[in-house]
Design a protein around this ligand. Structure first.
Ligand code: CDP
Length: 229
């Protein structure tokens, strides 16, 4: 089968990364969660007291960003591609509400997007790639073989993310999670640089009432049809 590039975009907390990870494992593709890259930059800004630079001197912030490396390492024990800043695994930290509440502001800055998109396009696509985010089908890989747009009701998304955060030991209320999701959708869809849109070639999946397995089955049919034609 031909190796494909699969772009998964969509609203906050629609299970994009679970679907993308499942597909990558099934087909032996590389999986990149582009959202964790924006979250990593946000964590870097928070931990190094650089938030002021985001508004006042973005060029200096970008210079500082160049001193760190952001990369993914596959963890064979949990089958997750975990994100690192230099040699530090930050997979857990980037899931905090503090990072979630700031990330859309950071991700709206064009110079930061340009750096992230460069890293995202650096990947070797010959092995097959699944990437999830907000602008993958529209900006990062407009030539993707399959483009998906995931959505679900606000309540379903908030419940899923709340459960996940509690499981990861993060104390947070359902209301705060819901507010965060709605605020991020609003900011991500209204920013001027690479807003979240439904690309004209994207297949929209409302997964409010679908399991991960059902979605993987449905997308697998698209992949197998495309890869054998
Ligand atoms: O919470 P969820 O898994 O839905 O979000 P995420 O994929 O971790 O992305 C976090 C935030 O990063 C989004 O709300 C966007 O502000 C930003 N992002 C983006 O602007 N472009 C991308 N390609 C991916 C994420």
């Amino acid at each position: 089968m031909r190796k494909l590039t699969i772009a998964i975009d969509g609203h906050a907390s629609t299970g994009k990364s679970s679907i993308a990870r499942g597909l990558a494992l099934k087909y032996g593709y590389i999986y990149i969660n582009s959202g964790s890259m924006y979250r990593a930059v946000t964590l870097f800004a928070l931990e190094n007291n650089l938030l002021e630079l985001l508004d006042q001197n973005i060029d200096l912030f970008i210079e500082k960003l160049k001193n760190i490396s952001i990369n993914f390492k596959f963890n064979k024990n949990n089958l997750i591609s975990e994100i690192f800043i230099n040699d530090r695994n930050i997979e857990k930290e980037i899931g905090s509400l503090k990072v979630s509440n700031l990330v859309s502001r950071v991700a709206a800055i064009p110079k930061i997007r340009r750096e992230m998109v460069k890293l995202q396009r650096n990947i070797d696509r010959n092995k097959g790639v699944v990437m999830d985010g907000r602008d993958i089908g529209s900006v990062v890989f407009p030539d993707a073989d399959i483009k998906l747009f995931l959505t679900a009701s606000d309540a379903v998304r908030a419940n899923r993310r709340h459960k996940e955060m509690i499981k990861n030991g993060i104390t947070v209320s359902l209301d705060d999670v819901l507010n965060n999701i709605q605020n991020r959708d609003e900011l991500d869809s209204s920013r001027s640089d690479s807003p979240l849109i439904i690309d004209k070639d994207a297949k929209v999946i409302d997964n409010s009432n679908m399991s991960i397995e059902e979605q993987i089955d449905e997308i697998s049919r698209l992949i197998e049809e495309k890869a054998t034609n």
